[in-house]
Design a protein around this ligand. Structure first.
Ligand SMILES: Cc1ncc(C[n+]2csc(CCOP(=O)(O)OP(=O)(O)O)c2C)c(N)n1
Ligand SMILES: [Mg+2]
Length: 297
């Protein structure tokens, strides 16, 4: 069965179902990172609603046949958020949820950064920031040349936007009329650290992109720009439909500028760079379980 079969597409989930999946996904993130004693937390939590919306309401993918050539492609360019992607892939059925417990172990299929050779459902190996949009543009160009109607989605972090290679693709994708390419930028307002603000504070909170009018910049380069709240499923789904409906109309690639909150959903991780990565104490894990309304196993 291929991804074009009507029976394959997910029936449109209700918003409350997506919200429940996102709470579960956030729980897998902090629980798994804590158990493995390694991994990132803040970014996967800010991206979770977008990832859930992609995998449960948008992407044409088949967990039974992850390599189907007609599938849509997704690239997590900010590869350090791997545990967020793995949690959603597991919930979507690409591999068992129990396998998350092997995260970042040497012999696991779930390495600390995504490896397309190991993990079912992973379309590109990432982790060195700045490369995913170029890879996505190549996939989108390939799809055009092959006459395939699949869509390529790439998620980037706002700190990642400081990488020069991103901008080479921002410049060139409109020229190739890649309207089958969509960049999603997770604007959580924080990266690992900030710019040195002064001698006793390494963290200038206006970084990474505080002074940049990204919408104007992308529009200036010839992109179709949408600005949304990246935690509002109605806005996310609406943006996905607008992007896919705009295809073949004007040839522009799209960018979804999604305002989010780093560490979203867990009281002690939200809004701080300090939880870019981190290991929760047993008390913190119990608090996270409460915040995310997860039953005790
Ligand atoms: C080329 C490169 N430089 C540095 C790093 C180290 N690094 C990992 S995550 C990160 C910060 C990324 O911030 P952002 O893109 O905003 O991610 P998010 O907030 O969504 O987690 C950095 C600098 C890297 N992975 N790759
Ligand atoms: Mg960020």
């Amino acid at each position: 069965m291929g991804p074009n079969d009507a029976t394959h597409t997910t029936t449109a989930p209700r918003i409350d179902e997506l919200e429940a999946l996102a709470r579960e996904g956030r729980w897998h993130v902090i629980n798994t990172v804590t158990a493995s004693k390694a991994g990132h937390v803040g970014g996967p939590l800010s991206a979770m609603d977008l990832l859930v919306a992609l995998y449960f309401a948008q992407l044409r993918v088949d967990p039974e046949n992850p390599q189907d050539p007609g599938r849509d492609r997704f690239i997590l360019s900010k590869g350090h958020n791997a545990i967020g992607l793995y949690s959603v892939l597991a919930m979507r059925g690409f591999f068992p949820i129990d396998e998350l417990a092997t995260f970042d172990h040497g012999d696991s299929r779930l390495q600390g950064h995504p490896d397309m050779r190991l993990t079912p459902g992973v379309d590109a190996s990432t982790g060195s920031l700045g490369q995913g949009l170029s890879a996505g543009a190549g996939m989108a160009l390939g799809a055009k040349r092959l006459g395939s109607d699949n869509h390529v989605w790439v998620m980037l972090g706002d700190g990642e936007m400081e990488e020069g290679m991103v901008w080479e693709t921002v410049l060139s994708a409109p020229r190739y009329r890649l309207d089958n390419l969509t960049a999603i930028i997770d604007l959580n307002g924080l990266q690992q650290y900030g710019w040195p603000a002064n001698d006793d504070d390494r963290f200038d909170r206006s970084e990474p992109l505080g002074h940049v009018d990204l919408a104007a910049v992308f529009a200036g380069f010839g992109w179709h720009v949408l600005e949304i709240d990246g935690h509002d499923f109605a806005e996310i789904l609406n943006a996905f439909s607008t992007v896919t409906e705009a295809r073949d109309r004007d040839g522009r690639p799209s960018v979804i500028l999604a305002t989010t909150s780093k560490g979203r959903g867990i009281s002690f991780t939200e809004g701080t760079y300090a939880w870019h990565n981190g290991i929760a104490t047993p008390e913190q894990l119990a608090q996270a379980r409460l915040d995310l309304k997860q039953e005790q196993a």
